[in-house]
Design a protein around this ligand. Structure first.
Ligand code: FAD
Ligand code: NAD
Length: 918
């Protein structure tokens, strides 16, 4: 499996790994039979990994560590592995750290002394700790929770290292965890038992634009307490990752993007740290001779004694450089990873990138033969960002709205404050609005907080049949002028609305938490998506608004253009209450139609806000009408009404099919057949291949099945797992599900909240009961007994005709199905009446290609979860019983609300043919 993985995954076309890496890994792959090639690859990769991994266990590492010691160098031990999907796995990592200390302490205490004086400052036992492996739910949303849990895991490790007189240092990983890592470190060192410990340290990354602040924070902390701590200065090993993530999310790139800016930052920070040598012991961790020399000369210039700094390098890298530093009499420490190859893969990939990067010193020096003067030239410092000009509304190409970066403490605080603020505004009553007039009725619809059902979030008036007739008449009247406006003008209302929504982002996000029980990230994503729809459809309308010239024949002019359909009824669900409402409504509006918008009765607050944002952009009266009402009134009356020209519906299959049927009956006075677009449910499956990376697949399935309590049309409700990894998958899934946090979504530590109302809870509970009769509960997590909570439940061993496997449940229920191979997996996956989303976890390009071809779903996601489509990137929607219509957030969506027309003009005038009249 290892060799297949390496061969298909890393050496397939499009792989970014350079020639050297390929040859390093593949050896003689060509011309040999697959079997021999596979074993050669295995040999190569195992051999390759041995270059960088000191041993597969602490005991197995001793021989090499002894050699390093005998050569006059020292080491820090690192445990491979950076993912724990459950607390069982995280605890195992913690115990491994504790074991390492035991084994090492026993073994190395007997080794001969190198230099007793030096050992006082640089203890021979040294451990490097990665916090990401120590808590399975580590993240920035649940910041406080992560902080406490990680401290609880690191504390015993620090304690043990301190007891045996050693030193420990916390590695720095992804930027998103940087502040958390620093907080863990400083808060632990503030605890009484560690106040006299001088051998604790932290790695700081100088490729970060925040490096100056990070370094200052540690120095200031140490000075204020008159303490000594260690800083390992590194450039940073996650450069590609940070850049990719920031680009994907639309955030500022946190790392420098010019190599010499990183180098200059490093040299500047090293000077800063050396200047504070009374409080900080520095480890210069670099393989770059210029960087190392800069540190050496700075130390000499600043008169820093040699017991205040050391040099560190990675095991297996830059041997000549380590040798030279050792010869010069500096303390040289090797960073020595211990562990298995597979958990160590991420570490190895970073080393591959480092060794083969065109920007890197090692490649330039040892492969590129770049001359010494160039290699040793002083780096250029970062000049700062040029000020970016703000974009005018609608300007430039479409870009997705960046999600809130919850790694920033101020953003977490701002949302907390926004929730407190909107809480105080609960209980308002909103009118029905049509023709620009507010209409109240004695009747009320009420939206409740599903976490605390006694709390009324808001209430609204209710549309009656008579009001529905008046609303349609008002819309018909307003549409005439609205439909005559240019595409650009109509689009400008959407851009304005996007600006308004952006300005009210925190408020909108906060209301989502209270109105439907979304957690912070889910709530924020719905708001971003709403803004995206406005920006995207505005631009799409401008694109489609220009008539197209068809054909190219002299003397004939053919123009292809669109006209609005008239008055549309938009019926929205509650599960993406802002995005779907705003998306459907704005699409119908920007194409020149007037809209009667009916929000879901379960999400009236967000429904009102969707209306309010669009209306505040200045839409003329009657163009957009807010008509909360009961499904039965709206369903039978408005759907069948001859003045309704089209219906745009998102919701359940049953209601959607009913609408199709009712809208199909033509009434007297009707202009024509009604256009009906329905987007309905799913019974989505994720297939897990035998060689899938379970570190990815387990969290991917959990996020897809239980995110927003499984109440997404795209949610995964079936995991179809190939038997090769079935047992391992179940084992890891069980432990990971046990770790799901459920409670009030106002508290960001809770991954799951309640389902939307009592009726939903009853329906889902009914399915759980049916599942218990038909199959076996693998794992179920208890939930609070107030509020509409439903326990996340995983079933196995269900017969294929169980309704749990066949019907959309729309709640936190997942079934795992075992299959023998990929063909059977596809057969099971495709056996549903629905075809909405699907997922596939695999490392085999051949299987990926097959599944992409044969898994019949509207949206298929490979090696990631199957929810969270993004406007303009993953246009969304299904077929079969999942709906009829073009994908929302895609290039064919708007055309559905317009009628295409063609005007052909004979432009020849008695033999004279003008060149072009358009
Ligand atoms: P150089 O070749 O001079 O620099 C390469 C580095 O420059 C890249 O790694 C990247 O950081 C940066 N870079 C590359 N291209 C660009 C670009 N276009 N724009 C801007 N910058 C660029 N890394 C961590 O992240 N966390 C740790 O805890 C950590 N611990 C380490 C411990 C030790 C003992 C050592 C030796 C390294 C550790 N590293 C850690 C890895 C370290 O970050 C890399 O080894 C280091 O970045 C390589 O730098 P260099 O000076 O050796 O090489
Ligand atoms: P639902 O069908 O119960 O209600 C949807 C909307 O229809 C609500 O506004 C409701 O009041 C209204 N309605 C109810 N009866 C009606 C009738 N007879 N005539 C006209 N309107 C009527 O669905 P829901 O519970 O709000 O949403 C969950 C469903 O939506 C799930 O099945 C889910 O899969 C689906 N959904 C699909 C997509 C998609 O893009 N395919 C997206 C989100 C949700």
């Amino acid at each position: 499996q290892l060799s297949r993985h390496i061969k298909e995954y890393f050496l397939s076309g499009g792989s970014q790994f350079t020639g050297i890496t390929k040859s390093l890994l593949s050896g003689a792959t060509s011309g040999l039979t697959a079997g021999i090639a596979a074993s050669l690859i295995k040999q190569n990769i195992t051999g390759f990994s041995k270059n960088f991994i000191v041993g597969d266990s602490p005991a197995g590492a001793i021989r090499d560590l002894k050699r390093i010691w005998a050569e006059g160098k020292t080491f820090t031990l690192d445990l491979l592995g950076e993912t724990a999907v459950s607390e069982v796995e995280a605890d195992r990592y913690r115990d491994m750290y504790l074991d390492v200390v035991d084994v090492l302490a026993r073994e190395i205490s007997g080794w001969p002394a190198q230099d007793a004086a030096r050992e006082k400052d640089f203890p021979r036992l040294n451990l490097s700790v990665k916090i990401s492996s120590l808590y399975s739910r580590i993240g920035v949303l649940n910041y406080e929770d992560s902080l406490e849990q990680v401290k609880a895991k690191v504390r015993p490790i620090f304690r043990k290292v301190k007891e045996v007189g050693g030193g420990a240092l916390i590695d720095m990983e992804m930027f998103s965890l940087k502040d958390l890592t620093i907080d863990v470190f400083l808060q632990l060192l503030d605890e009484p038992e560690f106040r006299d410990w001088e051998h604790a340290g932290i790695a700081l990354q100088m490729y970060l634009k925040s490096a100056g602040r990070d370094v200052a924070r540690i120095i200031d902390w140490a000075k204020a307490r008159n303490r000594r701590v260690n800083i390992r200065a590194v450039k940073g090993a996650y450069w590609e990752y940070e850049k990719t993530i920031a680009l994907q999310r639309g955030w500022e790139i946190p790392v420098f993007t010019v190599k010499s800016h990183t180098d200059a930052s490093y040299e500047e920070m090293v000077e800063k740290i050396l200047s504070s040598h009374d409080h900080i012991t520095l480890a210069v961790a670099s393989h770059n001779v210029r960087t190392i020399a800069a540190a050496m000369t700075a130390a000499e210039r600043l008169g820093v004694p040699r017991d205040r700094y050391e040099f560190q390098a990675l095991y297996g890298m830059a041997e000549p450089i380590k040798y030279a530093m050792n010869q010069l009499g500096y303390t040289v420490r090797e960073y020595a990873p211990v562990g298995d190859l597979i958990p160590g893969m991420a570490y190895l990939v970073r080393r591959l990138l480092e060794n083969t990067s065109n920007e890197g010193f090692l490649r330039k020096k040892f492969v590129g033969n770049v001359d010494s003067a160039a290699l040793l030239a002083a780096p250029e410092p970062y000049p700062g960002e040029p000020p970016g000009a703000p974009r005018a509304p609608g300007e430039g190409p479409f870009v997705n709205e960046p999600p809130i970066d919850f790694a920033v403490a101020a953003n977490r605080e701002a949302l907390r404050t926004a929730i407190e603020k909107v809480r105080r505004e609960m209980g308002k009553v909103f009118p029905v609005v049509y023709g620009g007039q507010e209409h109240g009725t004695g009747d009320r619809l009420v939206s409740r907080n599903p976490t605390i059902p006694e709390e009324v979030v808001c209430s609204t008036g209710v549309l009656s049949r008579e009001m529905a007739d008046e609303a349609l008449a008002a819309a018909q009247k307003a549409q005439k002028e609205w439909g005559g406006k240019s595409a650009g003008e109509r689009a400008s209302y959407l851009f304005k609305a996007a600006g308004i929504a952006r300005g009210r982002r925190l408020e909108l996000t906060a209301w989502e938490v209270l109105d439907v029980g979304k957690n912070w990230a889910e709530a924020d994503a719905d708001v971003c998506e709403a803004i995206d729809f406005l920006e995207y459809y505005g631009r799409e309308m401008i694109r489609l608004g220009t008539p197209r010239k068809m054909g190219n024949v002299p003397g004939e002019d053919n123009r292809y253009f669109y006209q609005p359909r008239g008055v549309g009824l938009v019926v929205a669900p509650w599960n993406f209450p802002l995005a779907i409402s705003v998306g459907m409504t704005s699409a119908a509006l920007v194409t020149g139609n007037a809209v009667l918008y009916k929000p879901s009765s379960q999400s009236l607050m967000i429904g009102w806000l969707a209306y309010d944002i669009l209306k505040s952009a200045g839409l003329p009266d009657g163009v957009l009408n807010f008509i909360p009402g009961r499904g039965s009134v709206v369903g039978d009356h408005l759907v069948e009404h001859p003045a309704t020209d089209f219906i745009l519906f998102t919701g359940s299959m049953e209601v959607g099919l009913g609408i199709v049927e009712k809208a199909g009956k033509t009434k007297p006075g009707q202009k024509g057949p009604k256009k009906v677009v329905i987007e309905t449910g799913g019974k989505n499956a994720i297939i897990v291949d035998g060689d899938a990376d379970l570190d990815q697949a387990v969290p991917g399935v959990i996020q897809s099945a239980f995110g927003f309590q499984g109440q997404k049309c795209s949610a995964c409700s079936r995991a179809i797992v190939i038997e090769d990894c079935y047992d391992r998958f179940l084992e890891r899934l069980t432990e990971a599900v046990k770790g799901i946090t459920i409670g009030n979504p106002e508290d960001p530590k809770n991954f799951m909240g309640p389902v939307v109302d009592a009726a939903a809870r009853k329906t889902i509970t009914g399915y759980i009961e049916a599942g218990k009769k038909d199959g076996k509960v693998l794992v179920q997590v208890p939930v609070p007994d107030t509020g509409y909570f439903v326990p996340p439940t995983v079933f196995v061993d269900l017969p294929s005709d169980s309704k749990v496997l066949r019907e959309e449940i729309f709640g936190p229920v997942l079934s795992v199905v075992k299959v023998k191979d990929i063909d059977e997996a596809l057969e099971v996956a495709n056996s549903s009446i629905y075809a909405l989303t699907g997922g596939f976890f695999s490392r085999s390009p051949a299987n990926i290609e097959k599944v992409a071809r044969e898994f019949s779903t509207g949206n298929l996601y490979i090696n990631r979860g199957c929810t969270g489509a993004i406007v303009g990137r993953q246009p969304f929607g299904g077929f079969r019983m999942s709906g009829v219509g073009s994908k929302s957030g895609g290039p064919e969506y708007l055309q559905q609300f317009m009628e295409p027309r063609v005007v052909t003009e004979n432009t020849m005038r008695r033999g004279f043919t003008p060149e072009d009249v358009m």
